[in-house]
Design a protein around this ligand. Structure first.
Ligand code: SF4
Length: 375
């Protein structure tokens, strides 16, 4: 089993919080699609013939692609890789790109899962984030997507936004539940250095919310989504029964995947490959049939660290027996002081078999997991 990720780095405008790799130079779209097809051909042996169960168009904003561009990518994927019948095919979309015609085209290309970047239903908050859509466009896109037959819809939300108080957040959650998407991804806003918000923060123009504020909003999310039948199967991901994202679940289970496009990365169980985060360089290298990437050969410690990092984010937690059997690593022996410290702070629970984050611990997942990392 394996997956393919295609990175479409174009956005209509820059959201103030975003540090993904993107560019607003949409005019380069045709060249990019040509280069992506070429990279698919050049990388066709990377997954060593494993069947492709999931395909994911991420970004950026893949919903800017035309029907012909999507068609070219699908044809190349099918020509180069053994794709199973009825794979999960996800496309990330911004609400302002979704209309009846576009949604129909996406469905007829075989896309069966949409991930819609709503982020909030509160107009002033969308403006504050510099999103390219408004509240009405968010609502319209959801209802139009369902009308066009999409059953499997993920809705992205952000919480922990300065000025977006608990009443606004509750309102976002209630509007979400009224639509009842099959899947919900909700991320706590982080202020990253190379963003407009990072710049405002350094100048004292933005004051991030404190941990208690974010914890309360996470609790509201857990409480309300739980009441509507969603399961929190990963820190930021909630699904109705049978609607967990297969593609993302495979990342967390170390299933191999091939990432195509500028800024994409790949993993085949032995190496990780990181494509250059620069459109001009990416296009230039593909022009001469070369893939501009860095390769990291994974060592035992990398496998251990990746397993700890990914598994702790999931509902199943970190299987300590698996760590011993597969990587000869005894986490309880190696990290006893850290385990004691986090347990006293009610951030984790653990036994001989299993280590898990508590709800409070989930908000500090990165800090906690990094203390278990091996060097
Ligand atoms: S649309 Fe998505 S990728 Fe593009 S700037 Fe906004 S958050 Fe980033």
């Amino acid at each position: 089993m394996a997956g393919i990720y295609i990175h479409i780095p174009f956005c209509r405008q820059a959201c103030y919080y975003c540090d993904f790799y993107f560019t607003t130079q949409l005019r380069h779209r045709p060249e990019l699609v040509k280069a992506l097809c070429k990279e698919l051909v050049l990388q066709k042996n990377y997954l060593e013939g494993l069947p492709i169960h999931t395909i994911y168009f991420g970004g950026g904003t893949p919903s800017v692609l035309t029907r012909q561009e999507l068609k070219a990518l699908f044809e190349t994927i099918k020509a180069c890789f053994p794709v199973v019948n009825n794979p999960e095919i996800t496309l990330e979309a911004n609400p302002d790109d979704l209309n009846e015609k576009k949604l129909f085209e996406m469905r007829s290309q075989g896309i069966n899962r949409l991930s819609i970047g709503v982020q909030s239903f509160h107009g002033p908050t969308l403006k504050y984030l510099n999103r390219s859509h408004n509240e009405q466009q968010a609502l319209n896109s959801l209802f139009e997507a369902r009308k066009q037959g999409f059953q499997n819809i993920n809705l992205d939300l952000i919480y922990g936004i300065p000025g977006h108080d608990h009443i606004h957040w509750r309102n976002d959650l209630e509007k979400t539940m009224a639509f009842k998407p099959s899947h919900l991804s909700a991320y706590c806003l982080t202020i990253e250095n190379r963003t407009v918000f990072g710049n405002w923060y350094q100048k004292g123009k933005l004051i991030p919310v404190d941990d208690d504020f974010s914890v309360r909003q996470l609790e509201m999310l857990q409480e309300i989504s739980g009441r509507y039948g969603y399961e929190q199967y990963e820190i930021s991901n909630f699904a109705l029964p049978k609607y967990q994202s297969q593609h993302n679940s495979n990342y967390w289970m170390q299933v191999p995947y091939l990432g195509i496009g500028p800024g994409a990365h790949s993993y085949n169980g032995k190496i990780r490959q990181f494509n250059v985060r620069n459109l001009a360089k990416y296009l230039g290298f593909l022009e001469i049939d070369r893939i501009p990437c860095q390769i990291e050969v994974l060592q035992r410690k990398d496998h251990i660290n990746e397993y700890i990092m990914n598994s702790l984010r999931t509902k199943s937690g970190c299987n300590l027996k698996k760590l011993k059997e597969e990587y000869d690593f005894d986490l309880i022996n190696a990290c006893h002081p850290q385990l004691d410290k986090f347990k006293k702070l009610s951030l984790i629970t653990y036994s001989q078999q299993l280590l898990r984050l508590t709800d409070k611990g989930k908000l500090l997942a990165d800090t906690i997991t990094s203390e278990f990392f091996q060097s």
